[in-house]
Design a binder for this molecule. Structure first.
Ligand SMILES: Nc1ncnc2c1ncn2[C@@H]1O[C@H](COP(=O)(O)OP(=O)(O)OP(=O)(O)O)[C@@H](O)[C@H]1O
Ligand SMILES: [Mg+2]
Length: 281
């Protein structure tokens, strides 16, 4: 049975059709990435799946049960890291976690123990009594993830987990997500970073303008194009040819007299192929 099944989601904001019929499934234990440019509908999808948007068309099932946001059992299954940190900046790290724990029905020594555990997991234990306002961007992001883990959810939603973080902090966040997944957590993340999807996702759903463009394992999607790209610089711009091996691309390049470059195919190429546009914004 799937962890999540999403059938034909539609959502409009006035005249804007944010989702135009999106269907997909999430399997237990996988890291699924929704990859798409600004406005693709990633956050809208997450908000529907986590009960933050209530009026929409379509259906969502968790472990075969129809999702209703007030269904406590399902709410306990999921932890949410929203796109924008919604921490209480005037409170300390500990106080933020305590408040959240109380909302989930945890309390007393059990809650305090769990707070120490998630702070340890997130690598911010030494900042327990600091005011959130005084934390760096990376620490705040870790705290939001720690908070999402507090009630031990099986499924974690991460909406743009590393947006605005510098490359080194981003990498350490990736390691953190990999560790969580190895502890049997199912992860659904959104991103518009190609590399993030390639590094973390076992499966990628490419979204654009409210529709699901294509889905598959990153390797599969790339293989469909060919593994290598030969970029040929002509008078009219750069032309691209795809090859299954570097050797074939090299052989083809030898027959040309203009400047060329050979590189491996990435998910940006997959996006471009399917939409005619570039993902990076
Ligand atoms: N509350 C809202 N009111 C009006 N329009 C909205 C609202 N929320 C989202 N939209 C619109 O719906 C579309 C999809 O937005 P969404 O936030 O889901 O995109 P996204 O893929 O998460 O983009 P980003 O990468 O910028 O976070 C956009 O055109 C956006 O402007
Ligand atoms: Mg978003």
């Amino acid at each position: 049975m799937n962890e999540i099944e999403v059938r034909n989601l539609r959502k409009s904001f006035g005249k804007i059709e944010a989702l135009k019929g999106v269907s997909f499934q999430v399997e237990r234990g996988e890291v699924l990435a929704l990859l798409g440019p600004n406005g693709a509908g990633k956050t809208t999808t997450i908000k529907i799946l986590t009960g933050l948007i209530l009026d929409y068309e379509g259906e969502v099932f968790y472990r075969g049960q129809k999702f209703h946001p007030y269904h406590r059992k399902i709410k306990r299954l999921i932890g949410v890291v929203p796109q924008h940190n919604n921490l209480d900046k005037e409170l300390t790290v500990y106080q933020n976690l305590k408040l959240h724990g109380l909302l989930f029905g945890l309390s007393g020594k059990k809650l305090d123990r769990r707070i120490d555990e998630v702070l340890e997991m997130a690598g911010i234990g030494e900042h327990k009594h600091r005011k959130v306002d005084h934390l760096s961007g990376g620490m705040k992001r870790r705290l939001v993830i720690a908070r999402a883990l507090l009630h031990s959810p099986d499924i974690l939603f991460l909406d743009e987990p590393t947006v605005g973080l510098d490359p080194a902090v981003r990498r350490s966040m990736w390691n953190f997500v990999v560790r969580l997944n190895s502890q049997n957590k199912t992860v659904l993340l959104t991103t518009h970073y190609i590399e993030e999807a390639e590094v973390l996702a076992s499966r990628v759903l490419i979204m654009d303008r409210g529709v699901m463009v294509v889905e598959g394992a990153p390797e599969e999607l790339k293989r469909e194009l060919g593994r290598f790209i030969l970029e040929i610089q002509t008078e009219d711009g750069i032309e691209e040819e795809f090859f299954d091996s570097r050797h074939e691309a090299v052989e083809r390049a030898k027959a040309l007299s203009c400047p060329v470059r050979i590189r491996e195919v990435n998910l940006e190429d997959v996006f471009l192929k399917h939409t005619g546009r570039r993902i990076e914004v």
